[in-house]
Design a protein around this ligand. Structure first.
Ligand code: NAD
Ligand code: UDP
Length: 309
């Protein structure tokens, strides 16, 4: 049985990854400090003898007294509202947290995977974004704490790979949604679904012409599994390449929830990327991976979950 440490394991994506790998017969250690996650997300796993929860801040030195085969580093606030509230912790999770988890993987001779982000491309001047694009990031803007932490994390990961020959992987995750997102995390999916379910105004920021591409969480988890056991060391984009304007997205949610909400237009936050869409040719070719769940189906499952929770 292989043992995997998942930092950020009590978060949205981390908890799905814990559950998925437990079902694939891994021993799973979830590490989290609950900065933006919740024990509720992993409560159903705590009865399993192959699951362990460690309450720990990844920016502090990490001690694990057992062998590890994989270290998957997901710990970091991910919602713009969250990371702008705790920018210093976000920078520390991406920098010190990445250093600590890389050092741990090296000591344990474990394979390493970094959860990076499409935000490394900033407000991109190339659309869709291939991995070869270097990005357009404002280092001192409100998103800089997240974008630059992840860019530093990628640079450190590649340095450990080149200098220490650590078997590292980097996934650049694009907007992913699904069950267990926090209803008040401020991201567009929970915001619009909650507003629509309560028949309150759906708050489109700006004119709603900015684009995003939404990947259902099960698809992402399968991509991460394929990448973690692959021989690939260069970054790989993971997301759904179907691009929508935010206004179209608001209309889709209104329709799916049969909501009476009005759509309102609010100011666009600073440095909000105008376009975002992954070029996933690399994931297709090297991993044989592409998303399978369409937007309507993924949203329907997510809406059901929000209704019942
Ligand atoms: P999330 O906020 O639900 O999960 C993050 C988890 O990390 C939380 O449980 C939080 O408590 C934990 N955490 C934060 N700082 C920590 C620290 N210092 N020590 C220990 N734990 C800490 O967010 P998510 O959407 O599940 O994102 C998970 C990862 O995926 C993040 O690294 C994020 O950057 C990346 N990502 C997510 C998306 C997305 O669309 N969801 C897109 C791009 C990248
Ligand atoms: N957005 C919006 N209304 C909201 C929340 C978000 O119009 O209530 C927009 C936001 O301005 C951005 C997009 O939706 O253009 C996605 O925002 P999110 O916070 O989910 O993450 P981002 O992709 O910007 O990191």
């Amino acid at each position: 049985m292989k043992t995997v440490l998942i930092t950020g394991g009590a978060g949205f994506i981390g908890s799905h990854l814990c559950e998925f790998l437990l079902n694939k017969n891994y021993k799973v250690i979830a590490m989290d400090n609950l900065a933006t996650g919740s024990i509720k997300n992993i409560e159903h796993l705590r009865g399993s003898q192959n699951f362990e929860y460690l309450h720990h801040d990844v920016s502090k030195h990490i001690v694990i007294n057992e062998e590890l085969d994989f270290v998957l580093h997901l710990a970091s606030p991910a919602s713009p509202v969250d990371y702008q509230k705790i920018p210093i912790q976000t920078l520390k999770a991406g920098s010190l947290g990445t250093h600590n988890t890389l050092g741990l993987a090296l000591a344990k001779k474990a394979k390493y995977l970094l959860a990076s982000t499409s935000e490394v491309y900033g407000d991109p001047l190339v659309n869709p974004q291939p991995e070869s694009y270097w990005g357009n990031v404002n280092p001192i803007g409100l998103r800089g704490c997240y974008d630059e932490a992840k860019r530093f994390a990628e640079a450190l990961t590649m340095a450990y790979h080149r200098i220490h020959k650590l078997d590292t992987k980097i996934t650049r995750i694009f907007n992913t949604y699904g069950q267990r997102m926090r209803k008040n995390d401020g991201r567009v999916v929970p915001n619009f679904i909650m507003q629509a379910l309560k028949n309150e105004p759906i708050t489109v920021y700006g004119d709603g012409k900015q684009t995003r591409s939404f990947c259902y969480v099960d698809d992402l988890i399968e991509g991460i599994r394929k990448l973690m056991i692959s021989g690939i060391n260069e970054p790989v984009n993971m997301g759904n390449s179907e691009e929508h304007t935010i206004l179209e997205f608001a209309q889709a949610i209104k329709k799916l929830t049969k909501s009476k909400s009005k759509i309102t237009f609010n100011p666009l936050p600073a440095d909000d990327p105008h376009v975002r869409c992954p070029d996933i040719a690399k994931a297709r070719q090297l991993l044989g991976w592409q998303p399978k769940v369409g937007l309507n189906e993924g949203l329907a499952r997510t809406i059901e979950w929000f209704k019942s929770n």
